[in-house]
Design a protein around this ligand. Structure first.
Ligand code: SF4
Ligand code: SF4
Length: 136
């Protein structure tokens, strides 16, 4: 079992295809939609996390691409220099994914990497520049 993230960009003619249904049913892939900007009849984009057997994910990606949907792996993460954080909370205001939150008991910043969708909005929001893109 592996877990990989992909950014999908699809043209209007592919927008209403139920490809997520086929990924689940035909390729036994578990899908987590991390971010979606889909407008019926227009272009759209999705940030998906796919979990399943490596060969199934590869076949699923082939299926997506065969429907003229651009599918690129997201091989980057946010690197956070936690030890330098002053818990000012600025970054929590821009993190719509809920990965950056303040602990209401001790007012310390909490960073949940599993919720991060690598939108990069926290990078300019931190006055100490503690966030960076980490390519792997
Ligand atoms: S990149 Fe930063 S702002 Fe965006 S989801 Fe991740 S932690 Fe939140
Ligand atoms: S903006 Fe920077 S210093 Fe402030 S809480 Fe977020 S990471 Fe810490």
């Amino acid at each position: 079992m592996i877990k990989k993230r992909y950014i999908l960009n699809f043209p209007p003619e592919s927008g209403d295809k139920a490809f997520t249904y086929h990924l689940v049913k035909d390729y036994d892939i578990r899908i987590n939609i991390l971010k979606a900007e889909v407008f019926p009849g227009k272009r759209g984009s999705l940030l998906l996390e796919l979990q399943g057997k490596k060969e199934n994910i590869e076949k699923g990606v082939e299926y997506i691409v065969s429907h003229k949907i651009k599918c690129e792996p997201l091989d980057k993460r946010i690197y956070f220099q936690e030890e330098k954080c002053i818990d000012c909370g600025n970054c929590t205001a821009v993190c719509f994914a809920g990965a950056l939150t303040m602990n209401k008991t001790n007012w310390k910043l909490n960073f949940d990497k599993n919720k991060c969708v690598v939108c990069e909005l926290c990078i300019p929001a931190c006055p100490l520049k503690l966030f960076k893109i980490d390519f792997n």
